[in-house]
Write a protein that binds this ligand. Structure first.
Ligand code: G6P
Length: 361
């Protein structure tokens, strides 16, 4: 087992480090002879035939689905909903005329997600599974399949599968846009390669994330992540990762929503970490940071070079296309959680009460 970890002390850090390579391999596997990103023709046709996409998933995969919705709607112009499997199963929303169901599951074995798959298949709707495990239950039972090519993920807290899922959604969105005759206005392979490079740079500079964990999270029981738009979805995953591995109570909030209640929790020294990578909402998220700072919060801003960065920001990410910021943000959010877990002397690869794949509803 130690052999597989090589020189790494934990699987989690090994899997964080593997992400740029995973994205590059995935891009290769989804690039056609013409050098363009593409899914199988049958998948492109199924996507194009749908009037609405329903993404169904749990945990980190659900958070990847939220980013996926943004990409599918913005890039391919298809209405997309994202649902938590265990909710969808027993509280099905009204469906469109021609839905396509997309199941996202690292393991391909999650019982909550399978329960939905079984139900919608019975209703006769088309299904697609995005998974890391070829031959898994959700892989076998869906009409269409897309693999993550992330390699085995051993640490219970999901890292490389999350970024691989976002990358596969990008492939899906680009393929659908092409099938619909839309012009993308950017080269997704080029932009995602730049994102992989930026991820690599963040990994090389991991010492600064260790400092953030030390400065912000070493003597706290709670922490907040805030962001807007894509950054909000990133914050949800950041909070989950921190909770899972360090046991610090954390929540991810839409920046503007804080003042509608949660700001009551801000005390002197409460850590509030903001992701600010989206130019269109930069002024607004900065305003939210000031609101909490004025109430004593210990604020940390993670921004993007030449797009949203301002003097005093704690971490400045390399510049990437606005759609692909979640790929880059994933690295600091995972590393902050990892180092916070080490500080708290937690079993980072096997957090208490959690299982890698949950096969009961
Ligand atoms: C478990 C894991 C999570 C994971 C979730 C969904 O709760 O601990 O890390 O995100 O299941 O798993 P899946 O394999 O369906 O992506």
């Amino acid at each position: 087992k130690d052999m597989e970890k090589g020189t790494y002390p934990h699987y989690m850090i090994k899997e964080i480090d593997e992400q740029p390579a995973v994205i590059r391999r995935l891009l290769q596997n989804y690039t056609g002879k013409d050098g363009k990103l593409a899914t199988d023709t049958a998948i492109a046709e199924a996507l194009n035939a749908a009037d609405r996409l329903y993404i169904v998933a749990c945990g980190t995969s659900y958070h990847a689905g939220l980013v996926g919705k943004h990409l599918l709607e913005k890039i391919a112009g298809i209405p997309t909903e994202v649902h938590i499997s265990s909710e969808f199963s027993y509280n099905m929303p009204l469906l469109s005329k021609k839905p396509l169901f997309i199941f996202i599951s690292q393991s391909g074995e999650t019982a909550d997600s399978r329960a939905v798959l079984v139900k919608v298949k019975k209703l006769g709707y088309p299904t697609l599974t995005m998974t890391n495990v070829e031959g898994s239950t959700l892989y076998r039972e869906a009409d269409y399949k897309m693999l993550l090519y992330a390699g085995p993920e051993i640490a219970v807290a999901s890292t490389k599968a999350y970024t691989a899922m976002i990358a596969v959604f990008s492939v899906m969105a680009a393929t659908l846009a092409t099938a619909k005759g839309l012009t993308l206005g950017f080269d997704p392979v080029h932009e995602m390669s730049l994102a992989a490079l930026a991820m690599e740079q963040m990994i090389d500079e991991k010492a600064q994330l260790q400092e953030i964990a030390r400065d912000y999270l070493s003597i706290t029981r709670n922490a907040f992540y805030i962001g807007r738009g894509l950054d909000y979805y990133v914050c949800m995953e950041a909070a989950l990762k921190l909770k899972e591995v360090s046991y610090i109570q954390a929540e991810g909030f839409a920046g503007g929503e804080l003042k509608h209640g949660t700001i009551a929790l801000i005390e002197d020294g409460t850590p509030v970490l903001a992701f600010a990578t989206q130019e269109a909402v930069n002024d607004h998220i900065r305003g939210n940071v000031q609101e909490v700072a004025a109430r004593g919060a210990h604020t940390c801003v993670i921004s993007m070079k030449d797009v949203t960065d301002r003097p005093g920001d704690s971490i400045i990410l390399p510049k990437v296309h606005e759609y692909f910021t979640p790929l880059v943000c994933a690295v600091p959010l995972q590393l902050i959680a990892y180092y916070a877990a080490l500080q708290n002397e937690c079993d980072v690869d096997k957090p208490r009460n959690l299982a890698k794949s949950v096969t009961v509803e």
